[in-house]
Design a protein around this ligand. Structure first.
Ligand code: NAP
Length: 873
């Protein structure tokens, strides 16, 4: 049939692609009674598994899990022959799915979508193809895959080679026989690592050109895991449900064992077990912290390097095969069958392009710096323009004539990885900003398809015809995606996850790393909150509940979840002694704090008796340093020198300043104004004794967190009134500056974020009588604010005290006091102090440290090199 004869057809939806996502999307939409047309550039269904026919191509998620779950009958009718099925078997599976659901009739094969333009009048997309088709559709759904557009070879002279050239991603259907040939393979990603051992079996001579060595573990392929099959047979639905709510899309327990604190024996045992298991999520999850903490990552990476060294006979080759320039997992690790051992074969040679770069491909082969190679065939396993390549290949033109390529010129921007503002009714399956390539793709695909299908069905039911994210929701999601990536080691690598493999591509961490479960919850929450962040329109209708679905820093959210899971009693329900004991016990479980040069405990005189203090001296510094007097938090009731020890170390290490942490008197034993008076006395004493403490006289700042910031602020007011000492600056982290609990931040954050309204009330009740709570020595916001030292005021989004901190900042500014205003996005009252636990707090503490240094830097001799803390964050 002449397909062009079908010009100007109308559909409810057009789906681009007939791989795993396109097939299921087509099926769901047809179930909803929608008219759908799918376009597929290949000659048949299969997507990735249609094109990537190179020898050795297999999935790297066990096939029991790498399969659809939407149709139990489909599962009953198909048995995988191996743990990791081969490409032909997976392609057969997809053909079987297409046949079983009669999907082919709605797919136009060998047809590429070349243009897509939104018509605002019609509220439809106009789609054009390379066959001259023009179709119109309400919804335009890109099911075009994350790794489907091959990277064009960015190698000098690539077109000059006279012999046959093969791309792993576009392998000839009839296969290739390399028998007797001299073959070059360029690239050692998954495709190279899977194909090299098999090409070596045929080739007379195989030369592998490696730019970056890759981590790979043995797949230990064989029959599907008996344990998994048993679980599936016993409770298929339960198993699939667990997959949907798992972190990576495959059921499994997550460990809470940290690499940095585990014993050598535990480290070895966990690593060997994962090595033997031969699964990606296992080896990526040997330790809970290996994706976050360089020290933990190094432990796993070094054990893998040991394995490589023991597998490869030739020492220089083994060393060249050992990845050392990126953290394990930050580039996609591979699963292999005999990859490293292949280099022990006499006809296989590794060329390390780091020491011997390619100068040019020639007619006869490849010239590197120093050597000329002749080949009969060249294989490119050089990867893909990942995640965005297929989306921008059809340069969709959205509202206002803006193209997707233009909009994404500095990197993709999406809401949930599903849609992007300015492109109504354009859906992406596993788009950038969704878990996609970091997860079991089939689970993520099904979730996206179901979400889109449910959304379209909702629009129909409500008589609506368009949906589009708002700019606010989208930028909020982009930020959340970045926040999730930023606490991991991923941004450090030149990986395709970062777009770094394609010259000129913006460097952005493309997928969402918060987990399949967290992501699914976010998508569900968007819907249950009335499609939060989407604008839905229809005849006479314009609905929008605008907002940001996830504002909290991801690691803060995890800590809160863990705490909620522990069912801890509210502190205010405990007797004071028990609350203090609880705090001390919690403190004992903290990870190691940053190293400083010296820590000494001593006492100083105070108005009610001696005050204990702890002095932190920076490492590797010579000569006197400026001094900061620090007061811990704890609502004037809890806390001591130990409670804020990590934060004091962090401040000391980051600023190169001496930190003197003072343990003032606490309520209820000593009520208002004991703590404030102690604070002022401590500042006076430190000022008077600065030189003997190793400090620079006159280079004095004060600091505190929470109630400690309260008495630090009060000490500044008292010092001003007393005519000294001169204080260069005040650092107030989440300060209590007023007793008025009616500000909106109490309503917003008074419950669920550790410091609650109830706990704050408990603190106030122990500390000060109601009449005293308006005294500026309890509520410094109510005092005279003229003539106070410059301030750095840190507030956190999810803190009941946020608004009073902001009010203090504004009030100080109003009387001309310079203020550094640090608003910690996505943090709680306590999270910035969780040094070594809440990684996202580290950049904020870096800003805080800069402000603190700024107080004294102008004329202090900061001769000492300021060092970064050993375990910052
Ligand atoms: P890849 O991981 O991007 O690897 C490409 C390789 O080619 C890298 O070693 C790269 O070196 C090298 N390369 C690229 N350009 C080069 C140049 N100009 N000169 C020299 N070397 C160059 O691509 P891939 O192996 O096709 O895999 C991509 C992804 O597809 C995988 O990470 C995986 O997610 C998926 N995949 C999965 C399987 C599976 O097991 N199911 C199989 C294949 C692919 P650099 O690292 O230095 O850039």
């Amino acid at each position: 049939m002449n397909q062009s004869a079908n010009a100007s057809r109308q559909f409810d939806a057009v789906v681009v692609g007939a791989g795993f996502s396109g097939l299921y999307m087509l099926h769901r939409l047809r179930e909803l009674g929608m008219s759908v047309k799918a376009f597929e550039s290949a000659g048949d269904v299969g997507g990735t598994w249609y094109w990537n026919r190179y020898p050795g191509a297999r999935c790297d998620i066990p096939t029991t899990d790498y399969a659809y779950s939407f149709d139990p009958e489909l599962e009953k009718g198909w048995t995988w022959s191996e743990k990791y099925a081969t490409q032909p078997e997976i392609l057969d599976y997809l053909r079987y799915v297409a046949d079983r659901h009669g999907l082919r009739s709605d797919i136009e094969f060998s047809t590429e979508v070349t243009g897509a333009r939104w018509d605002e009048q019609e509220k439809r997309w106009r789609i054009t193809t390379d066959r001259g088709d023009e179709v119109w559709c309400r919804s335009y759904i890109m099911a075009s895959g994350c790794l489907s557009v091959p990277k064009s070879p960015d190698i000098e002279g690539a077109s000059r080679f006279a012999g046959p050239v093969y791309f792993t991603s576009r392998w000839p259907h009839e296969g290739v026989d390399f028998t007797g040939q001299r073959v070059a393979v360029i690239g050692t990603g998954s495709s190279g690592i899977q194909s090299i051992p098999l090409i070596a079996r045929q080739a007379r001579q195989l030369t592998v050109f490696q730019r970056t060595p890759n981590f790979s573990i043995p797949a230990h392929n064989g029959p599907a895991s008996a344990d998994r099959l048993m679980q599936l047979a016993g409770d298929r639905d339960g198993y699939r449900h667990a997959a949907r709510w798992s972190r990576g899309g495959v059921p499994g327990e997550l460990t809470d064992i940290l690499g940095v604190t585990a014993s050598d024996e535990v480290r070895r045992q966990r690593f060997e077990a994962a090595w033997e298991e031969g699964e990606l999520f296992g080896i990526l999850g040997v330790f809970a912290d290996q994706g976050l903490n360089p020290a933990s990552n190094d432990i796993v990476a070094e054990m893998i390097r040991e394995k490589i060294r023991s597998a490869v006979d030739d020492l220089p080759t083994a060393e060249a095969l050992c990845p050392k320039d990126h953290y394990f997992g930050t580039k996609r690790p591979c699963l292999d069958t005999g990859y490293f051992e292949t280099y022990n074969l006499p006809h296989v040679r590794l060329v390390d392009l780091r020491t011997q770069p390619i100068i040019s491909v020639t007619e006869a082969g490849i010239d590197t710096a120093g050597e000329s190679f002749d080949f009969d065939a060249i294989v490119y396993a050089t990867g893909f323009d990942a995640m965005t390549g297929a989306l921008t290949a059809v340069d969709a033109i959205g509202r206002d004539g803006v193209s997707l390529k233009e909009k994404w010129a500095t990197g993709p921007s999406t809401y949930l990885g599903l849609m992007t503002a300015g492109f109504p009714n354009l859906f992406m399956i596993t788009g950038p900003g969704s878990p996609s390539v970091l997860s079991n793709m089939t689970v993520s695909i099904e979730q996206h398809v179901d979400w889109i299908a449910d959304c379209l069905s909702h629009l129909t039911a409500e008589g609506l015809d368009t949906i589009e994210p708002t700019a606010l929701a989208e930028s909020g999601w982009d930020q959340h995606v970045r926040d999730c990536g930023a606490i991991t080691l991923h941004p450090t690598a030149n990986s395709w996850y970062m777009g770094a493999n394609v010259p000129g591509k913006p460097r952005v961490f493309l997928p969402y790393i918060g987990g399949v479960n967290a992501y699914r919850q976010a998508c569900d929450d968007v819907v249950s909150q009335g499609y939060l962040g989407f604008r839905l329109t229809g005849p006479g209708e314009d609905r929008c509940t605008d907002g940001i679905i996830r504002r909290m820093q991801p690691d803060v959210a995890i800590v809160l979840e863990m705490m909620a899971g522990m069912g801890l009693p509210p502190l205010e329900s405990l007797p004071v002694a028990d609350a203090r004991a609880f705090m001390a016990a919690a403190g004992a479980t903290r990870p190691p704090s940053p190293e400083v040069g010296e820590v000494t405990d001593s006492v100083m005189p105070g108005p009610g008796g001696d005050l204990a203090y702890r002095l932190y001296r920076p490492a590797e510094s010579e000569g006197p340093q400026p001094v900061v007097v620090y007061f811990h938090g704890g609502g004037w009731v809890l806390g001591d020198l130990d409670s804020d020890d990590p934060l004091c170390r962090d401040l000391c290490a980051r600023t190169g300043m001496i930190v003197v942490s003072v343990n003032y008197r606490h309520a209820p034993e000593d009520r208002f104004p004991a703590a404030a008076l102690d604070a002022f006395a401590a500042v006076q004493w430190v000022d008077a004794n600065a030189a003997s403490l190793g400090g620079i006289p006159g280079q004095l700042a004060v600091a505190g967190w929470s109630a400690g910031a309260n008495i630090a602020a009060v000490a500044c007011q008292l010092a001003r009134d007393a005519g000294g000492p001169a204080i260069r600056g005040q650092l107030l982290i989440s300060p209590v500056v007023d007793s008025d609990m009616s500000r909106p931040s109490y309503a917003d954050n008074g419950d669920g974020y550790v410091l609650t309204s109830a706990l704050m009330r408990w603190f106030w009740d122990y500390y000060a009588d109601p009449a005293d709570r308006v005294d500026p020595r309890a509520a410094p916001l109510r005092g005279d604010l003229h003539g106070l030292p410059p301030a750095c005021i840190v507030t956190a989004d999810f803190d009941p005290l946020r608004d009073e901190g902001l009010a203090y900042a504004r009030a100080l500014e109003a009387v001309g006091t310079p203020v550094v205003d640090i608003q910690a996005r996505g943090h709680t009252h306590t999270s910035l102090t969780m040094v070594g636990v809440v990684i996202s707090g580290a950049p904020v503490r870096a800003e805080i440290a800069e402000a603190l240094r700024g107080f004294v830097q102008a004329d202090a001799s900061m001769g000492a090199a300021l060092q970064e803390p050993a375990a910052a964050g």
